[in-house]
Write a protein that binds this ligand. Structure first.
Ligand SMILES: [Zn+2]
Length: 379
C-alpha cells in the first residue's frame, strides 16, 4: 500500500489550505505504516512565471516546517512520466479511445473556460463562468464565453462504468463521488486545449496542445508501477472531488487491478479577530513550531464537514498547553489495528488532548498515539 496526495499546484501566495491534504496523507502513512508520496502539479503553474525547481523546493521546505519530512516526491516532471503519458495516449489513439473530431467548444479569451458543448449545460455554473447582463462571461478574464467549431482531441471512456473507488473516508462523500462519476461516465473528456501550450500530441499529422490536468491524471497508474503496489490511498480536499474522480477513472482505465481508497479532508480556513486577510503558506509556517502547527491542523480535522473555520486563538491555547518538560515519547507498543484512524485523528480528540496536557492529566492509549504523531523534535 502507498499513500499519495492528489497533485497539488504549489503557489507562493496560495492559501495555507494546500498543506492540509499532505498533512492528512502524512497521518495515513504513519497510521498504516506505508510509504508516502507528495504529488505536485508543476506543469499546471499556468499563467505564472515561476521556476518549477524553485517552487518545488520551497514547497518541500514548507512541508518540513509542519514535520512532513519522510516522503517520496512526484510531479509530472518525474523522469519518464511524460513519456509514459504519450505512450498511453498513442495506444488509446490507435484503439480509438482518443479521437480527433470537429466539435463545438465553448471558449473564453484567456483559455480557462474551454468546455465541450455536450458538457457545457451540465457544467457546475458559477465556478468558471457566470451570467452577466444576458452574456456568459469567464470569471477569470471577464471575456465572453462563445461557441466555436474546431478540431479537438477527445477521450471516450463511456464503456468504463464501474465506480473505481474501493473505500472512501469519510463515507458521507461517497454519494457525491458517485454522482460525479455518473456524469463523467456519460461524457467525453476534452484532452486538447488551445491556450495551454506546454505539451503537445500529434494525431493525423496535426499538432494538439494537451490539457495540463489531463497530463497529471494518469499518475496513479504510474505510481502503482513505480512502487509496485496495486493499493493506493489518495488524500484530497473536499474542493477537488471532480479532478479526483477523473484521475482515479483514467488510472483505473489503464490498470483495472488498482485498488483505490480516498480520504477527503475538509477545507480549513483560518480566522483571526486581529487579521482579516487570508493566511498564505509563508504566514502559516511562521505561526509556530512544527509541533504547534501540527496540533493546530489536527484540531481542524472535523471529518464530517466540508469546510471548517479555525481561529488563531487555538494556537495561543496550544502554545500554553504543550509543555516541553512533558515527555510521553517513550516507545509504547500499541496495536493500531484495534483503533481506526478517525478514532485517533480528529479535531475533538486533539482538543481533549490539549486540555489534558494543560491540566497535566495522564493520557489514554489513543491520546499517546496522537501525541507521538504530533510531537516533532525541535529543528
Ligand atoms: Zn477567461
Amino acid at each position: 500500500m502507498l499513500v499519495s496526495t492528489l497533485p497539488i499546484t504549489p503557489k507562493y501566495n496560495s492559501a495555507f489550505t494546500t498543506l492540509i491534504s499532505p498533512f492528512v496523507a502524512c497521518i495515513a502513512s504513519d497510521f498504516y505504516n506505508c510509504p508516502l508520496v507528495i504529488a505536485n502539479n508543476l506543469i499546471g503553474l499556468r499563467f505564472s512565471n515561476n521556476n518549477p525547481t524553485e517552487i518545488s523546493s520551497w514547497y518541500k521546505k514548507s512541508l518540513k516546517s509542519i514535520g512532513i519530512k519522510n516522503f517520496y516526491y512526484w510531479s509530472e516532471l518525474d523522469q519518464g512520466y511524460l513519456g509514459y503519458v504519450y505512450e498511453n495516449m498513442n495506444l488509446w489513439y490507435e484503439q480509438g479511445v482518443i479521437r480527433n473530431e470537429l466539435r463545438k467548444v465553448f471558449c473564453c479569451p484567456c483559455g480557462i473556460v474551454e468546455i465541450l458543448d455536450e458538457d457545457f449545460l451540465n457544467y457546475e455554473k458559477g465556478k468558471l463562468y457566470s451570467l452577466v447582463n444576458g452574456s456568459i462571461v469567464c470569471n477569470s478574464c471577464g471575456g465572453r464565453v462563445l461557441p466555436r467549431c474546431e478540431e479537438v482531441l477527445i477521450l471516450n471512456q463511456k464503456r468504463e462504468l464501474i465506480f473505481p473507488v474501493h473505500n472512501c473516508f469519510p463515507g458521507n462523500f461517497l454519494s457525491e463521488l458517485k454522482v460525479i462519476h455518473n456524469k463523467l461516465a456519460k461524457h467525453n473528456i476534452l484532452v486538447s486545449r488551445s491556450k495551454q501550450k506546454n505539451s503537445f500530441f500529434w494525431a493525423s499529422q496535426k499538432k494538439f496542445f494537451i490539457d495540463t490536468d489531463f497530463i497529471w491524471s494518469l499518475y496513479l497508474a504510474y505510481l502503482s508501477d513505480k512502487y509496485s503496489t496495486n493499493h493506493i490511498l489518495i488524500s484530497a480536499s473536499s474542493r477537488v472531488l471532480a479532478p479526483l474522480i477523473r484521475s482515479v477513472c483514467l488510472s483505473y482505465f489503464l490498470r483495472p487491478n488498482l485498488k483505490i481508497d480516498c480520504i477527503i479532508s475538509p477545507i480549513v480556513n483560518i480566522t483571526s479577530s486581529k487579521n482579516t486577510k487570508k493566511i498564505n503558506i509563508n504566514d502559516f509556517i511562521n505561526l509556530g513550531t512544527a509541533t504547534e502547527l501540527r496540533f493546530f491542523l489536527e484540531s481542524g480535522l472535523h471529518w464530517k464537514s466540508k469546510e471548517v473555520s479555525l481561529d488563531t486563538s487555538v494556537l495561543y491555547w496550544i502554545k500554553h498547553s504543550i509543555k516541553p518538560e512533558i515527555n510521553y515519547l517513550k516507545k509504547e507498543v500499541i496495536n493500531k489495528d484495534s483503533f481506526i484512524l478517525k478514532d485517533i485523528h480528529n479535531g475533538s480528540s486533539t482538543r481533549n488532548l490539549l486540555a489534558k496536557l494543560r491540566k497535566k492529566r495522564s493520557m489514554d492509549e489513543k491520546e499517546i498515539l496522537l501525541y507521538q504523531f504530533l510531537c516533532q523534535p525541535m529543528l
